[in-house]
Ligand binder design. Structure first.
Ligand code: UTP
Length: 327
């Protein structure tokens, strides 16, 4: 089975971080989010090749992955971010026969047993019950459990077929059916919110009599927005048992602290991710992610994401900060 991970999106909701760093390289609980996904895929031994569809800042993603892992990777460029369906279509040339396909969004982590999800004689769509189906692709099922209909971002709760949202994890039995449906969607210019959606192609597959079932994904960790990145950071840190020794400081676990970090007279945690080479002095940091080589002095920081090479001194009130910064 081959896996496609689309990572070509611009990541507007995570600006200013994504102005210089692709979203999937943002640090969550001590590692870039894409690192967590690749680790799981390699560990579960379910895929023969991982195909990344890159675009915006794609060279940085490829460099990190090739430098960090040894596996059968392929990188394919999506020239314009025309939507998830279009991104998956870009990977068509990597499929020669009726391969099985696993699709995982690059900005979503899952606490699921992928082997179990893919152990099905039908195609499988990962879903989770949500309160507000309007923001998602949504599925409707018949009594036998087969999917009968999908709607991408239903305009109102009333027209939504259910509250089972598609979470970004897809196991498709036959790559030919997938790419034929994507060809159809693109050739007929079928767009939702001005993008070619994967859901539209899946709907076409249903019309072509593809049998699909759902798999309930309870551990769905979205990393698309600042608040969900911090939520995912908390979730992953809760699973970590790492202990650190920084004398003269108080460490409130769970935390993740990188290499060559200097901490003096500070309280770190709970839920703080401090990256390599940071210097933290006289400060309190909780529920936050601080990226590499950043210096924080005399400051109480909570619920924050701070990029690389930043300098924050609580006693000073002068700023030298760039576009899209929120203070
Ligand atoms: P999103 O819908 O979250 O888009 O994509 P985005 O660009 O990453 O983020 P925002 O909305 O601007 O904040 C979900 C996944 O699909 C990929 C993204 O890289 C992300 O992993 N994607 C999306 C593509 O590869 N190409 C596209 O055209 C759209």
């Amino acid at each position: 089975m081959k896996t496609i991970i689309p990572v070509a999106g611009v990541g507007i909701r995570l600006r200013p971080h994504t102005l210089t760093k692709p979203k999937v390289l943002l640090n969550v609980a001590g590692k870039p989010m894409i690192h967590h996904i690749i680790e799981q895929l390699i560990r579960e031994k379910i895929t023969t090749q991982i195909i990344f569809v890159t675009g915006y800042l794609g060279n940085k993603i490829e460099k990190y992955i090739r430098h960090t892992f040894k596996f059968n990777f392929k990188f394919i460029v999506q020239k314009e971010p025309l939507g998830l369906g279009h991104a998956i279509h870009c990977a068509k040339s990597a499929f020669r026969k009726k391969d099985e396909v696993l699709i995982i969004l690059g900005d979503t982590l899952f606490n699921v047993n992928l082997k179990q999800l893919c152990d099905n004689k039908h195609s499988v769509i990962g879903v989770k019950k949500v309160k507000d189906p309007k923001r998602f692709g949504v599925v409707e099922k018949n009594k036998k459990g087969f999917i009968t209909r999908m709607v991408e971002k239903p305009a109102t709760k009333q027209v939504s077929p259910s509250n089972s949202a598609i979470v970004g994890l897809y196991y498709l039995k036959n790559s030919d059916s997938l790419f034929n449906a994507l060809d159809y969607t693109i050739n007929n210019n079928i767009k939702v919110n001005n993008e070619y959606q994967l859901t539209s192609a899946l709907e076409k597959m249903l019309l072509d009599k593809e049998k699909m079932v759902t798999y309930n994904v309870n551990g769905w960790l979205d990393c698309g927005k600042p608040e969900t990145v911090l939520e995912t950071n908390r979730y992953l840190l809760n699973k970590s048992k790492k202990i650190y020794s920084f004398k003269g400081n108080i460490i409130k676990y769970p935390v993740s602290i990188g290499k060559n970090v200097i901490i003096k007279n500070s309280i770190i945690g709970p839920y703080a991710t401090i990256s390599d080479k940071c210097k933290i002095m006289n400060s309190i940091i909780s529920n936050s992610i601080i990226d590499k080589n950043t210096k924080i002095e005399n400051k109480i920081i909570k619920d924050s994401i701070i990029g690389e090479n930043a300098v924050i001194n609580g006693y000073e009130e002068s700023y030298n900060i760039g576009d899209y910064t929120i203070v």
